[in-house]
Design a protein around this ligand. Structure first.
Ligand code: S6P
Ligand code: ZN
Length: 191
């Protein structure tokens, strides 16, 4: 019963671990869960044959009351690449077109990619402490270009909904690949 909840509801974040507790659910995303997102399909097959590595985890906690429902998600993207392309989240747009989100980079380094359905594209460099607002109707993906885990906190409304179809179909306009040891943007040929 919601009335029986003792407010406030808090969880404890451990900055060294890059995780909070207690966690309601934890989801693991492996190469097999996002294999169509990477441009080098031969490298995807090699990764699958080598044990289908973990790309990222999502720790989730809903804060539900009788009047509102915020969700807390902490994403932990491992360092790594599929071929030359860095590990990243799948990327989605919210089903509800009035739903924004806040992302807070707490560990690691990388980029936030944003894109509209019409193909307008933005990229924001992330270091620990960067807090980004994701406007409604912009798809969002985070790419870990560092050699350590990238951890970010997400806060959004439970009713936002997640639509992966737009990004599954064509991806983002630009991809982040390693060139001469450095993260480099290249055009995605599917656009
Ligand atoms: C939810 C929020 C995040 C992502 C998570 C994984 O609105 O944006 O919690 O779910 O970063 O990304 P994705 O694209 O696999 O859901
Ligand atoms: Zn989102």
């Amino acid at each position: 019963m919601l009335q029986d909840i003792d407010y406030p509801i808090s969880v404890q974040f451990d900055f060294d671990e890059g995780a909070f507790s207690p966690v309601k659910t934890r989801s693991d995303r492996r190469v097999s869960d996002l294999k169509m997102m990477f441009h080098d399909q031969d490298a995807v097959q090699r990764a699958l044959a080598a044990g289908d590595p973990l790309v990222y985890q999502i720790l989730y906690h809903p804060f539900a009351t009788s009047k509102s429902d915020m969700a807390l998600g902490v994403s932990r993207i491992f360092p790594g690449r599929i071929g030359d392309e860095y590990y990243m989240t799948k990327g989605h747009i919210h089903e509800r077109d009035d739903q924004p989100e806040i992302y807070f980079c707490v560990k690691g380094e990388g980029y936030l990619l944003l894109q509209t359905a019409g193909g307008e594209f933005r990229a924001e460099r992330w270091t620990p402490g960067t807090i980004s607002h994701i406007p409604p109707m912009w798809a969002h993906r985070v790419v870990n270009t560092g050699s350590d885990m990238l951890v970010f906190v997400a806060s959004y409304h439970l009713s936002a909904g997640h639509d992966y179809r737009l990004i599954e179909a064509k991806g983002f306009r630009q991809m982040l690949v390693e060139r001469d040891g450095k993260p480099t943007f290249v055009d995605n040929g599917r656009w």
